[in-house]
Design a protein around this ligand. Structure first.
Ligand SMILES: [Fe+2]
Length: 309
C-alpha cells in the first residue's frame, strides 16, 4: 500500500519519524493548520518532491525541501487537500536513502497534524524497503501484489486506484507487472459504478489523441497492457502521473484524460512550472487548478475542467 496517514495511524507515524529534520519548516504550517475548519472535498496532488538528506541542497536553481515546505503551508492555509493529499512518487532525492525519507516525513508532518489523509506512491528514485524501514514501519503492506504498494481509495464522486510502477534495478523506466495489472482489473471490476481515476508514477508509452509519445524509453514498460485494462472499462476516466517534471494535460483516443502532475522540486525545462495541483471532484468530472511555486509563472492559477467520457 502507499503510506496512508489517517486518524488511526497518525500517532504511530510520529513515533516513526523522530529523525533529523523532522520538524524543519513544519511549525509555520502547523499554526496555519490549527486554524483549519476542514470542510470541503478537494485533493492536493503533488509529485516528484525529491527530498534530499541535506535540507539545504539545491538542484537546477531550486531548493527541494523549501519548495515542499512552502507547498505544505499553502495546502493547509488554502483548506486544500481536505479529501486527501497524494504524492505521485519520487519522494526521495535520487536513491531512496533513509535520511531522505526522514526529512520527507518531517516535511509532510504538518499535513497529518492538519488532518489530511496522505497517500504516497513509489517512483523510480524511491526504495520500498528503505522507505518502509525509515518512516512507514507502522504501516504494513496489506497484501498488495508481489509486495507492491497499491491502494483503492473510494471517495464521494470518484474512486482512486493508486499503483506502484517502481521496478527495482531499473533506474528510470517503470513496470507494473502482470500481477498488479490483474489486481487493478479485478479492483476496477468490483467498482464499476463510480468514475475511476488511476495513478502511477510513470508516463505512458501510448499515442495520445494529439501530439507524440514523450520520451518512450523512460515510460512505463507495460503501458500497452495498462492502457488495455483502462480503455476496456468505461468507468476509467483519467490517468494521473508524474515522473517527467512537466505540467501537461492530454487524452487518449478513447477519451481517458492524461494528467501529468508537475514536480514540486525542480523542472528540466525552464518554461515548465514547478508546483502542485488542487483537484475538486464533480459528479461528471474533475476541476484542476495549478499552483506554481513561482507565482509569477504564466501557468500559475491555470484552471482545467475535465469532463468524463
Ligand atoms: Fe522525478
Amino acid at each position: 500500500m502507499p503510506l496512508e496517514l489517517g486518524n488511526l495511524n497518525r500517532r504511530r507515524f510520529f513515533a516513526g519519524i523522530a529523525g533529523a529534520g523532522a520538524s524543519w519548516l513544519g511549525r509555520q504550517a502547523l499554526s496555519a493548520a490549527e486554524a483549519i475548519e476542514a470542510p470541503g472535498g478537494t485533493w492536493a496532488l503533488l509529485s516528484d518532491t525529491h527530498i534530499p538528506a541535506d535540507l539545504g541542497e539545491r538542484h537546477r536553481g531550486s531548493c527541494m525541501a523549501e519548495n515542499a515546505g512552502r507547498i505544505v503551508t499553502e495546502i493547509l492555509s488554502r483548506d486544500s487537500g481536505t479529501a486527501g493529499v497524494i504524492v505521485s512518487g519520487d519522494c526521495a532525492r535520487l536513491f531512496g536513502r533513509a535520511d531522505d525519507y526522514r526529512n520527507f516525513a518531517g516535511l509532510i508532518e504538518p499535513l497529518v497534524h492538519g488532518r489530511r489523509e496522505v497517500h504516497l506512491l513509489m517512483g523510480n528514485h524511491d526504495n520500498r524497503e528503505v522507505f518502509a524501514d525509515t518512516c512507514a514501519t507502522a504501516f504494513p503492506d496489506r497484501g498488495g501484489p508481489t509486495g507492491r504498494r497499491t491502494a483503492f481509495l473510494p471517495s464521494e464522486h470518484l474512486n482512486w486506484f493508486l499503483l506502484d510502477s517502481l521496478e527495482e534495478g531499473t533506474p528510470v523506466a517503470g513496470r507494473l507487472g502482470r500481477e498488479q495489472l490483474d489486481w487493478l482489473a479485478a479492483a476496477l471490476d468490483r467498482h464499476p459504478d463510480k468514475p475511476a481515476v488511476v495513478m502511477a508514477h510513470h508516463h505512458l508509452k501510448i499515442r495520445p489523441e494529439r501530439g507524440g509519445i514523450y520520451k518512450p524509453m523512460s515510460a512505463l514498460r507495460d503501458s500497452a497492457e495498462l492502457h488495455e485494462v483502462m480503455k476496456s472499462r468505461p468507468q476509467v476516466k483519467a490517468y494521473f502521473y508524474g515522473h517527467t517534471h512537466r505540467w501537461e494535460i492530454g487524452r487518449t483516443r478513447e477519451g481517458i484524460h492524461l494528467v501529468n502532475l508537475p514536480s514540486s522540486a525542480y523542472v528540466f525545462e525552464a518554461s515548465q512550472p514547478g508546483g502542485w495541483v488542487e483537484a475538486t471532484a464533480r459528479e461528471d468530472g474533475l476541476d484542476l487548478v495549478l499552483h506554481s511555486v513561482n507565482p509569477l509563472h504564466r501557468a500559475h492559477g491555470e484552471r482545467h475542467r475535465l469532463r468524463w467520457r
